[in-house]
Design a protein around this ligand. Sequence first.
Ligand SMILES: [Zn+2]
Length: 127
Amino acid sequence: MDFIPSADELKRITAPTSPITPCSCGLGLCTGWESLSEDRWPKASVTPLGTLRDPDLYEPTFEEHHPEGTRYASAAAPVAIKFFPYNRAEVWHCTQCQRHLMRYTEFGGYYVDHRVRELAPQLTITD
Ligand SMILES: [Zn+2]
């Protein structure tokens, strides 16, 4: 998957479309980072646009970036692409609802947890 190196590049490739809401593909709203099992991920209707994970970094930071006091799962949290968890997320486009989505996977000792967040047009995107 192609690396998306900057906020500007992410904005360019996810230029606002006209989302059809609610989504008909079964993803739900995903305004914050929602846990979404693999079987709910609409494989047939999503295409990858790239990854925010820098291939030159061995371990991206776990630090989060919330200058406005938001939290990890806040619907208004900025998309700070150099910070957790954006720095390990992939960017996808859903051809059913025309939304852009970010997705990453948390690996625990005995579990794998897929997390999805909509890249809503009104969100702040920063490096
Ligand atoms: Zn969709």
